[in-house]
Ligand binder design. Structure first.
Ligand code: DC
Length: 227
């Protein structure tokens, strides 16, 4: 039987992953970061020297061994029998993951993996098409938004860069371009599912966002299962 699912979607730097991790912890669910699965496939493809075009990738994809495994509060990803680690957040993977995650055959594979992850446990899954495509029957769907300058400011703080006006403007421009690319791509664009609850986090603390989602979860009868 499939577990219960809370879906959290939103644009780049909207705070999805941090929010999802905390909501999962407080509900006693596992956090599934869908970006991690795209990163794991990209990492494995880079190891095979396969990110130049889509035909080699497409042929290799059925050979790739990848599976979701239960970790500490999260669902991790195992690639070719190895737990994938910090390399997934590295520069090389980050530079290629947008291209790799746009291929339909990659998205199909990740969709299957995310659904398999939800067979392992109750999950809070974050991404861009989780409520719209991957789990259309999720018990609760959240769509996080925030003003682009505020997202830029938060991202600079994450990178330990002083958020001056000029730095915020430059980062906001990059995020705006990524929003447009993510919203207009043909396969699985970033869209808000009609039944998703939108939360504007521009003027909310992370704790306030988490509390709002926990309230919505409680209204839908979602709480840690006894035993
Ligand atoms: O959230 P992240 O930076 O780890 O995501 C990595 C990449 O995967 C990013 O380029 C967007 C893409 N992605 C996606 O297309 N769909 C998802 N559900 C999650 C991530």
């Amino acid at each position: 039987m499939s577990g219960r699912v809370v879906a959290i979607d939103g644009p780049a730097a909207s705070g999805k992953s941090t929010t999802a991790r905390q909501v999962a912890e407080r509900l006693g669910f596992l956090h599934v970061n869908s970006g991690l699965f795209y990163r794991a496939i990209t990492w494995a493809a880079l190891r095979e020297g396969l990110t130049g075009g889509d035909s080699g990738l497409r042929r290799w994809m059925p050979e790739l061994e990848i599976e979701p495994v239960v970790g500490e509060g999260v669902v991790d990803v195992r690639v070719e029998g190895e737990a994938a680690g910090a390399e997934l957040q590295g520069r090389e993977v980050s530079a290629h993951v947008s291209t790799v995650s746009a291929y339909g055959f990659v998205r199909d594979r990740v969709l299957t993996l995310l659904r398999a992850a939800a067979e392992l446990a109750d999950v809070v899954c974050d991404g861009r098409d989780i409520g719209s495509v991957v789990f259309p029957d999720a018990s609760l769907k959240i769509f996080l938004v925030a003003d682009v300058r505020e997202r830029a400011r938060r991202r600079l703080l994450d990178y330990l860069v002083e958020p001056s006006d000029d730095a915020i403007s430059a980062e906001a421009e990059r995020l705006g371009a990524r929003d447009r690319a993510d919203s207009t791509r043909e396969r699985a664009p970033l869209i808000r599912a009609p039944d998703a609850v939108e939360i504007d986090t521009t003027n909310l603390t992370p704790e306030a966002v988490v509390r709002r989602i926990l309230d919505l979860a409680a209204e839908r009868g979602l709480s840690p299962r006894a035993g």
